[in-house]
Ligand binder design. Sequence first.
Ligand SMILES: NC(=O)c1ccc[n+]([C@@H]2O[C@H](COP(=O)([O-])OP(=O)(O)OC[C@H]3O[C@@H](n4cnc5c(N)ncnc54)[C@H](OP(=O)(O)O)[C@@H]3O)[C@@H](O)[C@H]2O)c1
Length: 251
Amino acid sequence: MGESTQLEAHMDLAGRVALLTGASGGIGKALGRRLIEAGVSTAFAYGRNADEAERLVAEAKDAGVAAVALSADLADPEAPARLVGATVDALGPVDLLIPNAGHSEQRAYTEVDLETWERTLAVNLRAPFLLAQQVVPGMAERGYGRVLFMSSVAAFTGGIVGPHYAASKAGLHGLLHFLAARVAGQGVTVNAVAPALIEDTRMLPPSADPRGLPVGRFGRPEEVADLAMAVLRNGYLTNQVLSLDGGAYPR
Ligand SMILES: NC(=O)c1ccc[n+]([C@@H]2O[C@H](COP(=O)([O-])OP(=O)(O)OC[C@H]3O[C@@H](n4cnc5c(N)ncnc54)[C@H](OP(=O)(O)O)[C@@H]3O)[C@@H](O)[C@H]2O)c1
């Protein structure tokens, strides 16, 4: 194979295995569709909304792509290992890990109780770490892997949800920098996308106002999915947090 053909083969995601959490949410569904289009065998993980994940499985089957819907409450520290095990059993070793599930409860900082803090950190930061801890060693051994965390502009600006949410997303940045440096030489990239306000998601806070963004509109789930696919295809991009925020940060 020539050098350019080799590179194209590497960028082609067809036949790879992905684990996508939050597949039943607005961004997850858009990204799930892009993974199906790219021929990626995907485990669509959901929390409570099985129907949305099952619909993606049906779409994948129609396209001749292997897929499975898996339920997991990612606040449970045992769930990440179970999820990875079920994905490997159904589809094979994970090549693309996308911990996209997120928990968001809008609270004044004076009103953040211990339960809200713990749950937010568990779903948004601990679960992504435990998932990565499960799959990254195998990726490194096989010489190929992509980890893509779903951060938020709140990690940079503080945002509008609350300190618990901002802190959980900022924690992902430290995590990715630590991991990326250790596996860069083994074909594994570790990055994050940090969106601002994305419409057609359950998470968009009712108080959100698109006029507060320089572009003057909310982002689309498809725009997040599009950037995510570019990151997943690119083997030379690692250790980065890519802002997708309509110019919200820096201003
Ligand atoms: N929407 C925005 O404006 C925005 C901005 C910046 C960053 N983000 C990030 O983007 C990611 C995707 O969110 P979204 O915008 O698509 O919002 P969404 O429509 O509310 O989707 C959230 C997803 O997370 C899953 N989830 C929540 N808690 C869970 C738990 N305990 N266990 C397992 N899954 C759980 C939900 O599953 P079920 O519905 O099945 O329970 C759902 O699939 C999140 O990490 C979020 O923080 C979103």
